[in-house]
Every structure is written in C-alpha cells, then in structure tokens.
Design a protein around this ligand. Structure first.
Ligand code: AMP
Ligand code: MN
Ligand code: MN
Length: 318
C-alpha cells in the first residue's frame, strides 16, 4: 500500500530544509495536518516552510501557530511534503513544484489519489490525513505536544463529521484518545469548530436551503449558492461549510449536492452520500474525485446546466 515509506522517513531525517504544501480551498484536515507536521519537524531542528496555497477559512484561524502558513517562494531541488491532496491540480498555483527536480512525499487518504509523489504514503482506509500524520510523527520518534494535538484533533474531527462517518475506526478513536491525553482543550476546539457560526453565514444557510430541489423520488437533493446570494447575505464562499451536511441529513436523501457558483461559468460541485452511492466515481466523470461518501468536481458551465449534468450523472451511476 505504501511505496517506500521507510525511504520517505529517511529522506525527511536527512533533509535540513523541508517545504510542506497545502491544497486549494483548504479544509480542517489539510490545515490541521500541515501545521501539526510542521511543528513536529521543527522539533528535529529543521527549517520548515509551510506553504499557503489558498486563503485560510476563518473557521481555522484559532489554531495554534496558524501563522506558520505563508506564501513562500519555492525553489527547485527541495523536499516537499504534500498533505491531503488527491492530485496535483489540488496544489493550485504551486502545482509546478511536482517536478523531477524535487523530491515529493505524497501523504494522503483519497481513494482517487494519483500517486504523483516520489514517495507515496497513501491509505484510503484512513479517516483523515491527520491519522497518517499522527503515525508519521510517532514513527519519527517525536513527542506530540498540545499544539500538535489540537491541530490533529481538528484534522480528524472535521474530516469525519465529528467522528460519525463510516471511515471512523477503532484506530481513529485510539489516536483521538492519545491526543486528548496531551491535555488539549477539546471543549474549546469544538466550540470554535461547531458552535461559532456567524449571523452572515446563518443568513446564507437560510437562503441556500430555500433553493432546495429534490430528484429521483427525493433520494437526490440539490441546493445552490450563487454570487448574488453571497452578496445579499454579506458572506463568503467559505461560509457554505455545513450546508451540504444539513441537506444530506434529510431522512430520504442518499445523495446531497451543493452547487457553488465561483463565477458565471465555473461551478464547484460538492457531493455527499449516506449509505451506498460512490460519489467519488461520479465526480471522476467531471475530472474531480475525493472519497466514497464525500467528493467534488468543477463544471465549467452555467449553474442550471451544471445542475442538470450532475443530476443526470448521479442517476446514471446509481
Ligand atoms: P468538498 O466537497 O470540496 O468539501 O470536497 C469533498 C472531498 O472531495 C474532499 O476530500 C476533497 O479533497 C475532494 N475533492 C473536492 N473537489 C475535488 C476535485 N476537483 N478533485 C479531486 N478531489 C476533490
Ligand atoms: Mn482536504
Ligand atoms: Mn482529508
């Protein structure tokens, strides 16, 4: 499953300067994992540069050492650790770092991972990249402190719907137990993550829920967020976080879809399923990917056409 994990660990130990890359539209798993690994490798007295690929959503600004993430200039001939990225497009403006001049350690849990690294540590059974980072830190012999644990707890909690998804295993809970034993304030973390929604975001939710349409005997539910809706609610696209899980949680729904209008002809599609539909396969048909129960893609068309295309694809692959 893991191509040359030991060699990857040796490469880390042998390198004095290491870059760690985040992905576009970074989520809790990505941000938590990059900071935790950055803090851990600093303990080995290495120069660590955690690269900012995209804006950090305000939800994660409470994390300790969030300022470690900076828009570094990258130079060739370096070691890059890429976390939680299924393919190189997810690196956005930094995708050129994946070149033969650099050593890439690709650590990820997406079923659709393209194994673009020099070394690939891929486990699609891991509930979050945070679990793989936890194992790596332990294998490097580094003691996990409270700041690292806060970041890893955030990574794993946010990628598992607060430990609810099928992807959660006994190992997930064992890792979380070890993180709690470091003395983290999990009550405070949970309030920051799940009980801090702004009025603007709430108004956007109300607006988005009112666009609800269902298809296929109410088993498919679709909502949207347009630029006009963002303007009206004085909200940002990151404020859509949480909309899709609410729609998935409708009793008859198997597949929930959120259409986010980035631009007039650029629609970011998010899919979630509950019991049996493989949404990663559906998104692959539009050059996207992800996990069986959570995936995404971008459709370059207007929002009504994007809705028709994705609903048709979901039904065809049912
Ligand atoms: P999202 O719906 O954007 O929250 O993404 C759900 C999951 O699918 C995450 O694990 C993402 O990493 C993955 N994902 C989202 N968009 C894409 C894409 N265009 N290509 C590959 N994976 C994606
Ligand atoms: Mn992610
Ligand atoms: Mn993840």
């Amino acid at each position: 499953m893991n191509d040359f994990r030991d060699s990857a660990i040796q490469k880390i130990l042998d390198s004095n300067e290491i870059y760690i890359a985040s992905h576009v539209n970074p989520d809790g798993d990505n941000i938590g994992s990059i900071i935790a690994l950055g803090l851990a490798l600093k303990k080995l007295n290495k120069t660590i540069k955690v690269i900012k690929t995209d804006e950090i959503p305000s939800d994660y600004l409470f994390l300790p050492n969030i300022d470690m993430i900076q828009p570094y200039e990258i130079t060739n001939g370096n070691l890059f650790i890429v976390l939680d990225c299924g393919d190189i497009d997810r690196l956005g403006k930094y995708k050129s770092l994946v070149s033969k001049d650099n050593t890439i350690i690709n650590i990820d849990h997406h079923v659709s991972n393209t194994r673009f690294g020099t070394f690939n540590i891929i486990d699609d059974k891991a509930a979050a990249t945070g679990e793989l980072v936890y194992d790596l830190i332990v294998d490097l012999g580094i003691e996990i402190d409270k700041d690292m644990a806060t970041c890893l707890y955030t990574a794993i909690s946010t990628d598992t719907g607060s430990f609810m998804y099928d992807s959660v295993t006994d190992k997930t809970h064992e890792i979380i137990a070890a993180l709690i034993r470091t003395g983290i304030d999990k009550s405070e973390i949970n309030i920051e993550l799940y009980q801090s929604r702004s009025i603007e975001r709430t108004n956007l939710f109300i607006d988005s829920f009112s666009t609800l349409k269902t298809f296929y005997d109410d088993k498919i539910a679709v909502v949207r967020v347009t630029q006009e809706m963002l303007k009206k609610a004085n909200a940002k696209m990151e404020d859509t976080e949480g909309i899709i899980s609410f729609i998935r949680d409708i009793n008859c729904v198997e597949v929930a879809c959120l259409l986010k209008e980035n631009k007039e002809h650029e629609i970011k599609v998010s899919l979630r399923s509950k019991k049996f539909v493989d949404v990663s396969r559906i998104c692959s048909a539009f050059n996207g990917g992800g996990h069986i129960r959570a995936a995404g893609c971008t459709i370059y068309d207007n929002i009504d056409n994007a809705e028709n295309l994705i609903v048709e694809q979901i039904i065809n692959m049912w």
